[in-house]
Every structure is written in structure tokens, then in C-alpha cells.
Design a binder for this molecule. Structure first.
Ligand SMILES: NC(=O)c1ccc[n+]([C@@H]2O[C@H](COP(=O)([O-])OP(=O)(O)OC[C@H]3O[C@@H](n4cnc5c(N)ncnc54)[C@H](OP(=O)(O)O)[C@@H]3O)[C@@H](O)[C@H]2O)c1
Length: 276
């Protein structure tokens, strides 16, 4: 796919992978609408892009909480009104919950599902009528390696990403005879704000992991879009997991059990940035 001139909406573009994706796509001439709740951060991204790429239209920043249906309608309806339609939607907005699943409250499950799953679904349902009308479009869903299998201490987060993957796969087959494509991205650990802002329910500590630089992750995603990839599994471990979960489930379970016992930490308290 040639990105230049494409009308692209990126959710969760105020930081991390979404912000880096916006910069990378703008560098290739995309006409961007960027969305998130923190308007000041979005505005900063828009100004940065305008200064860096003066030949590309500055991104339009839209304050949007993807868990609010009215916000999503305004985001997508506004982009269509301004630009005529939408060529690409990148569902990137996401939050994380970490810790023992038995300590995860029903409201923690609901919070992560409402952003990572229902938020993405809401955006897809809003954009699909426009894409169907023009019989073309690309929806890129940012899932996670953690959606390939339930990961210890990520019970709620893994569930939200597994749900997003399943719905993306259903849609992909239903839309196979149309010009609309669905791409699923499975990033591994990436150096972003998500870990500072996540809900820690307690009982487990984060593993010492290698965090990929966010610009590398965004570049890999944009390359995959250009090459028309259907799925992008981003780490060696992720690729191994996607093969072994079917071929050798007992091995995967042994590795996960070892990980759970190494990361279990009863002294790890509950911390919720949203509660403070
Ligand atoms: N970092 C990793 O290791 C990793 C690994 C695999 C997958 N991912 C996925 O990558 C995506 C981006 O995450 P990130 O790591 O870049 O984290 P991040 O820096 O925290 O970015 C998350 C983005 O989502 C937005 N967001 C959160 N809740 C929202 C809501 N209700 N409505 C609209 N926007 C919302 C945030 O903006 P506001 O707060 O301004 O709304 C922010 O722009 C997520 O889907 C995440 O699950 C990340």
C-alpha cells in the first residue's frame, strides 16, 4: 500500500506506539486524524509533525475517549466530513492491568475490556459503513503477543487482546470478498508509558524484559502496512509462542508455570494510578 495521501485515523496517538506511528505515517505523506483523551499531548504531536513535515497536512487532533460511543462517532464522522472518507483506521488506544488474576477486580476486567476490546470494536463499527461504501480500506488492530496465550499476571489484559484478535479474524473472513482488509499486530514489550500508567492489582512483579524502542516498533508496523501483511508478530518469543501453543501446548504451559513462580510476589501491593 502506498501511504502518501491516505486518510488515516490513529487512536491513542498522544504517546507511545500511537504517537510514533503518527510521526512515521506523516513522514510518508498520510493525511492524519489523531485521537486520545489528553488533547494537550495530541496538540503537541500535531505541532511536532507540522514542523517536521511541512509538505504534509498537519494532523487534526480530536479529543476522544474510545469507551464513549458519542466521542467515537464524532471522531469518525468528523474525519469523513472533512476528508470525504477514511482509508485506514489504526486501533491502537490501550491500557494495561498487571498482577495476580485472582486479585483482579471485576471493575479492572471491565476497564481493560472497555478500552482494548470494546473501544476498538466501537471504532470498527463506526468506520466500516464508510469503508463498505467505497469498497476499500484497511483496519489495523494493535493487539499483543499477550493475546496469543494467557500470560501469567496478565489475565485481564491477555483476555482483552485475545478478544480483539478473535473479532478481527471473524471480520477478516466476512470481508474477504470486499476491498476491506484487517491487519493484526502483535507487539512484544515496547518502551512506552503504558507501564507507568497501568493498574497493578498486586501479587506479581514485572519481569526484567528487553523493551523494544518505540520508533523501531512503529517503523516495523508501517513497513508491514506498506507490504500488505495480514499479521505481524513482532518478537522471536512471540513467533515461537504462536507455533508452540498449537504444536506443543504442554511445553508452553510448563514455561508459563515457571514464569508465574518466578514473578509471584505476595508483597507487591495494589497500585491504581486512576485511584490516586
Ligand atoms: N508497550 C508495550 O509493551 C505493548 C506491547 C504490546 C501491545 N501494546 C499495545 O500497544 C498499544 C499502545 O500502547 P503503548 O504501549 O504505546 O502505551 P501508551 O504510551 O500508554 O499509549 C496508550 C495510548 O492509548 C490512549 N488511551 C488510553 N485509554 C484511552 C481511551 N479510553 N480512549 C482513547 N485513548 C486512550 C492513551 O492516550 P490518553 O491517555 O491521552 O487517552 C495513549 O495515547 C496498546 O493497545 C497496547 O496494549 C503495547
Amino acid at each position: 500500500m502506498r501511504i502518501s495521501g491516505k486518510r488515516v485515523i490513529v487512536t491513542g496517538a498522544s504517546s507511545g506506539i500511537g504517537r510514533a506511528l503518527a510521526v512515521s505515517l506523516a513522514g510518508r505523506g498520510a493525511v492524519l486524524t489523531i485521537a486520545a483523551r489528553r488533547y494537550d499531548k495530541l496538540d503537541e504531536v500535531s505541532r511536532e509533525i507540522a514542523a517536521q513535515f511541512p509538505d504534509t497536512p498537519a494532523p487534526v487532533a480530536v479529543r476522544c475517549d474510545v469507551t464513549i460511543a458519542g466521542d467515537v462517532s464524532t471522531l469518525i464522522g468528523g474525519a469523513v466530513e472533512r476528508l470525504g472518507s477514511v482509508d485506514m483506521l489504526i486501533n491502537n488506544a490501550g491500557i494495561s492491568v498487571y498482577g495476580e488474576t485472582r486479585l483482579t477486580r471485576p471493575e479492572d476486567f471491565r476497564r481493560v475490556m472497555s478500552v482494548n476490546f470494546f473501544g476498538a470494536v466501537q471504532c470498527m463499527l463506526e468506520v466500516l459503513p464508510f469503508m463498505r461504501r467505497q469498497d476499500s480500506g484497511l483496519i489495523v488492530n494493535i493487539a499483543s503477543v499477550a493475546g496469543l496465550h494467557g500470560i501469567p499476571f496478565l489475565g485481564a489484559y491477555s483476555a482483552s487482546k485475545a478478544a480483539l484478535i478473535a473479532t478481527s479474524q471473524s471480520l477478516r473472513t466476512e470481508l474477504a470478498d470486499t476491498g476491506i482488509r484487517i491487519m493484526i499486530v502483535y507487539p512484544g514489550y515496547t518502551d512506552t508509558e503504558i507501564f507507568e500508567r497501568e493498574i497493578m492489582v498486586g501479587g506479581g512483579k514485572r519481569p526484567p524484559a528487553r523493551y523494544a524502542p518505540v520508533n523501531e516498533v512503529a517503523e516495523a508496523i508501517v513497513h508491514a502496512i506498506e507490504r500488505g501483511r495480514r499479521d505481524l508478530i513482532m518478537t522471536r518469543r512471540g513467533k515461537l509462542l504462536s507455533v508452540l501453543r498449537g504444536a506443543a501446548p504442554a511445553v508452553v504451559e510448563r514455561v508459563m508455570r515457571k514464569m508465574a513462580s518466578e514473578l509471584r510476589d505476595p508483597d507487591e501491593p495494589r497500585r491504581d494510578p486512576g485511584e490516586s
